[in-house]
Design a protein around this ligand. Structure first.
Ligand SMILES: C[S@@+](CC[C@H](N)C(=O)[O-])C[C@H]1O[C@@H](n2cnc3c(N)ncnc32)[C@H](O)[C@@H]1O
Length: 223
């Protein structure tokens, strides 16, 4: 006789690597004509150009060009513009075929791509970490693990898609294509449950995307 199904059984989330691989394979972030597409946030020039400019300005404030780790680098439509302003640029993502594609497509003497799960694998050493629209797709427990790992950097620049106005931060989601925006929430690393201990936080940029509600905020954290 067939075993009765346990209807109360909780849905087990997919491993993040499988979820992100599916997002790219099924083009869930759009980009029908692209081989890999990390979403409008990575391609809308009104979002990408000001971001590249503020990060470039920050990188040029160092006496010597810093080592930058781009964690969750995606299709590298954004990161490619920053490589020339660094001593070394290490770009990591959880999707292996995307890292293979980036390694072939983008080449520079100071650029290296790594296949990493940034919540679990040891992170590359560097002065500055960039995480642009990465945490917004991840569960609170994964965000917590990543924040713990980020403590080895002196500077972290986080970019997050947030609701406009007041909102309840850090409502939990399952890691994948979506964000907390559909729950009227967004990531605020200084608030509960994270209470990320930082020395300073400075908002570098706050932009309104054309294709989506909410704002995209970039904050420089000094650790
Ligand atoms: C929305 S895309 C943003 C890409 C890029 N930062 C940009 O702004 O264009 C988010 C990226 O984070 C990657 N990612 C999500 N979770 C990750 C993890 N745990 N480790 C490494 N990469 C991850 C995804 O595979 C995806 O490429």
């Amino acid at each position: 006789m067939a075993k009765p199904q346990n209807l109360n059984q909780k849905k087990v989330p997919w491993p993040t690597e499988d979820a992100m691989q599916q997002v790219y394979a099924m083009k869930l972030w759009g980009g029908a004509t692209h081989d890999y597409f990390s979403g409008n946030g990575s391609h809308e020039s009104k979002l990408v150009e000001p971001y590249v400019e503020v990060v470039r300005l920050f990188l040029s404030s160092f006496e010597f060009p810093p080592v930058v780790c781009d964690l969750g680098c995606g299709d590298f439509n954004v990161g490619q513009h920053l490589v020339q302003h660094t001593q070394n640029y290490i770009a990591a993502d959880i999707v292996k075929p995307l890292i293979d594609r980036n390694t072939t497509k983008f080449q520079a003497h100071n650029l290296k791509f790594l296949h990493l799960n940034i919540s679990k694998d040891p992170l590359p050493k560097g002065d500055v970490a960039l995480l642009r629209q990465v945490l917004q797709h991840l569960s609170n427990s994964e965000v917590q693990q990543i924040l713990e790992q980020l403590k080895t950097y002196k500077y972290v620049i986080l970019t997050e898609h947030l609701p406009e106005g007041d909102f309840q931060p850090n409502i939990d989601i399952i890691s994948g294509q979506g964000t907390r925006l559909k729950k009227g929430s967004g990531i605020q690393v200084l608030d509960a449950p994270f209470h990320w201990p930082v020395k300073q936080a400075e908002t570098l940029l706050s932009l309104k995307p054309k294709a989506h509600p909410g704002i995209i905020e970039t904050i420089l954290y000094t650790l």
